[in-house]
Design a protein around this ligand. Structure first.
Ligand code: SF4
Length: 325
């Protein structure tokens, strides 16, 4: 694998850390080179942010301080984007999610948009993100009727106090909705996947989350993702990283890796594409606006990254990034 020639896992680190790094580098590199087989022309995943509005105040999310708050994508642009994507062959496996720095279900058009996606791409997996507060019976009902839809819940913690600190929201109303969703699944009344997500700072915290989810919701999956610093104007997450396990803090070796995000397409509510899922601000040059450009032409602009998989330290705007996705 040519990309590994850039990676130095030696000097200045102890053996345990070097082992940890080697164990992480090889699967990740294989995963990224594997993406070249399927996603050079069409994306692995597409996110469309339709409305920048959220009812939570998560400390690690750019939303609370974002200058883009309340930005709304016009319905006209949403349908134009889907029209641009219509040439993607039916045989191409990819994901679509209508989310970004928001609670997607706060956009009352979400059902209409998701149903349109289902009509155009009946087999494409739709990931419906929510912080759980708006998983009302009515919303669960329409989402569960989309066979290819899965629920991804930013739960963050199943501990009352921790949940309030992380998200500025009380846990009990969320738990009531998750209990209902779990009950539907246990009675085979729905068959969509449900995944509970939390960031993690320490291994101990991750284990606690996994254990509490498995006990209360055995039919849901639970996933911990390492906390990261947002790119673009926002540096959210940087304070949290300082409180994380040493192997998460000593992660500068990741800057030598390529990035899986070069196989994705992300579109903000203002119509501009972003570099990746952790780029809060996106591009500001009209050449990167989906209003004036075909979405797949914009995806084609990043083809050289997918072809050559450079070390991210050589890519403008990615130099400091240690996010692996
Ligand atoms: S390396 Fe980091 S900043 Fe660059 S595209 Fe990947 S996730 Fe985004």
């Amino acid at each position: 694998m040519a990309i590994l020639k850039h990676i130095d896992v030696s000097g200045g680190i102890d053996n345990a850390l070097a082992r940890h790094q080697r164990n992480a580098i090889f699967p990740f590199s294989r995963q990224v080179t594997g993406l070249q087989n399927c996603f050079m022309e069409y994306p692995r995943s597409i996110s469309i942010e339709t409305l920048v509005l959220c009812n939570a105040t998560c400390g690690f999310c750019p939303y609370p301080d974002s200058p883009r708050k309340n930005q709304k994508m016009s319905s006209e642009l949403f349908y134009k984007i889907i029209d641009d994507l219509k040439v993607i062959p039916e045989t191409h496996n990819f994901y679509i999610t209508l989310s970004r720095i928001n609670e997607p279900l706060m956009d009352r058009r979400l059902k209409e948009f998701s149903l349109h996606i289902q009509k155009v791409f009946p087999t494409t997996k739709q990931i419906i993100w929510s912080n759980g507060t708006l998983l009302t019976k009515r919303n669960i009902e329409w989402i569960s009727k989309i066979d290819s839809a899965s629920f991804s819940i930013s739960l963050n913690s199943l501990d009352d106090d921790e949940h309030k600190i992380f998200m500025g929201l009380p846990l009990p109303p969320v738990v009531r909705k998750l209990d209902y969703l779990h009950d539907l699944l246990s009675k085979n009344l729905i068959n969509n996947d449900v995944v509970l997500y939390a960031p993690y700072l320490t291994q101990k915290q991750a284990e606690k989350f996994q254990k509490s989810c498995a006990q209360r919701y055995p039919l849901f999956k639970s996933v911990n993702r390492p906390v990261f610093t947002w790119a673009g104007g926002s540096k959210k997450g940087s304070v949290e990283i300082l409180q994380s396990d040493p192997n998460m803090q000593n992660a500068s070796w990741k800057k030598n890796l390529p990035c899986g995000q070069w196989f994705d397409l992300h579109i903000l509510a203002n119509g501009y594409v972003t570099k990746c899922c952790i780029d809060e601000a996106g591009f500001s040059d009209k050449a990167y606006n989906t209003v004036d450009n075909n979405c797949l032409d914009l995806y084609a602009r990043t083809l050289p990254y997918r072809q050559h998989l450079p070390s991210r330290i050589t890519v403008q705007g990615c130099e400091e990034c240690i996010h692996l996705d």
